[in-house]
Write a protein that binds this ligand. Structure first.
Ligand code: NDP
Ligand code: MG
Length: 387
């Protein structure tokens, strides 16, 4: 019996990594459903032919007709937000790879956990928007959330080295992005192409911009706090430009355990699919002797205030992280559209959070309502910040 997967975000960067892992382990993994927004219906149809998927979902209704034409007979097409949920909760799915980008990925993750399906979670935004809610659902249904984000995969692995009470702190590594050494005085002049040129990882556009602003590390701080039930003051960030050490756990006896691998997402994806096992593969191996120097530096909070902004949103709690995420998604979109300058991304998030009074997020509907509230306030702030 193979582990039958739902691949949400199948046409994206993590989706591609997941498919590579599936191709590598045909005896262990299979794909039951595929889902994407629908920008590339032919590519999705080709994946359906390759994997033998039973159902393909697109959230964009305009893509449905082209998809249906390109699909082999007998493959079900599901459309819209409900289509994404149908892909996540299909009765023949054992584990869901959540790799949609943004808060759009929350409803299917919520539905998968409610249905008792394990989730390999790349879509960190869903944990940021509704972490406590998702944890409660997982606890109630017995479904497990295993992180795909490389830092959290590293922490998940290193945490197996001790008991929760023995953990002093989690230390997230951050590459520092393309502007690690750039003078803040010239941040205003940063072009979209420069921000999209990540030094160590090849990823989708949104997370690549998040990595340039360091908002990504802020989102990861919130993600780690929820995944591992650790308060924010016990989660640190250290800059590590080579992206080889994927994070550290510091234990109370002064020992630090780290996880290292080649910087390719196939490793954390395979870990999340194999867990609690480990599987042999022929992926590129890490040769420490060939690495040369690995650097570790403190994060410059003055040039990159995003991590502290996320820390304060997490401390404020309730709806504040959802609002932070929503404002950031809108601002990144505006930057990619060349409507605002680079520093205005984090400035938008700061302004929206300043206007926000945190309120409880007791349901998916409440989470989505706060997401919508954050987006509306962000659009107002963005209009004021446009040059
Ligand atoms: P990409 O932009 O490369 O891919 C996004 C995928 O999500 C595409 O398949 C896209 O479909 C689909 N999608 C986008 N919007 C929707 C929607 N509204 N409904 C359904 N599907 C949608 O993103 P990444 O793969 O880089 O990132 C995916 C997630 O993984 C993000 O949350 C990111 O933070 C996280 N992550 C990514 C890492 C990486 O290395 N890339 C590392 C760690 C975490 P379509 O092609 O049709 O638009
Ligand atoms: Mg990461």
């Amino acid at each position: 019996m193979t582990l039958r997967l739902a691949l949400l975000g199948a046409t994206g960067s993590i989706g591609r990594a997941a498919l590579e892992v599936v191709r590598h382990h045909p005896d262990r993994l299979s794909v039951t459903t595929l889902a994407a927004q629908g920008r590339k219906p032919e590519a999705l149809a080709a994946l359906a032919r390759e994997t033998g998927a039973r159902l393909v979902a697109v959230t964009d209704p305009a893509a449905a007709a082209a998809l249906a034409r390109a699909l082999p007979g007998g493959v079900e097409v599901a459309v819209g937000a409900e289509g994404l949920i149908a892909a996540a909760t299909h009765p023949e799915v054992d584990r869901v790879v959540a790799a949609v980008v943004g808060a759009a990925g929350l409803p299917p993750v919520h539905a998968a956990l409610a249905a008792g399906k394990g989730v390999a979670l790349a879509n960190k935004e869903s944990m940021v928007v509704a972490g406590p809610l998702l944890n409660a659902l997982a606890a109630a249904s017995g479904a497990e959330i295993v992180p795909v984000d490389s830092e959290h995969s590293a922490l998940h692995q290193a945490l197996r080295g001790g008991r929760p009470a023995e953990v002093r702190q989690l230390l997230l590594t951050a590459s520092g992005g393309p502007f690690l050494r750039r003078d803040a005085a010239s941040f205003d002049a940063i072009r979209v192409e420069e921000a999209l040129a990540h030094p160590t990882w090849s990823m989708g556009a949104k997370i690549t911009i998040d990595s340039a602003t360091l908002v990504n590390k802020g989102l990861e701080l919130i993600e780690a706090a929820h995944l591992f039930a650790i308060p924010p003051e016990r989660i640190g960030v250290v800059v590590h430009p080579q992206s080889i050490v994927h994070s550290f756990v510091e234990f109370i006896d002064g020992s630090l355990l780290a996880q290292l691998s080649v910087n390719d997402m196939i490793f954390p994806v395979q870990y999340a699919l194999a867990y609690p096992e480990r599987w042999e593969n022929t992926f590129p191996r890490l040769d420490p002797a060939a690495l040369g120097t690995l650097e570790f530096l403190p994060l410059d909070r003055a040039r990159f205030p995003a991590v502290e902004l996320a820390r304060s949103a997490l401390a404020a709690g309730q709806s504040a992280p959802a609002v932070l995420n929503a404002a950031n998604e809108e601002a990144v979109h505006a930057f990619l559209d060349r409507r605002i300058r680079f520093p205005a991304i984090v400035e938008t998030v700061r302004r929206v959070l300043e206007r926000h009074d945190p309120a409880p997020v007791g349901s998916l509907e409440a989470a989505l309502a706060w997401d919508a509230w954050g987006r509306a306030r962000a659009r107002e702030a963005l209009a004021a910040l446009a040059p």
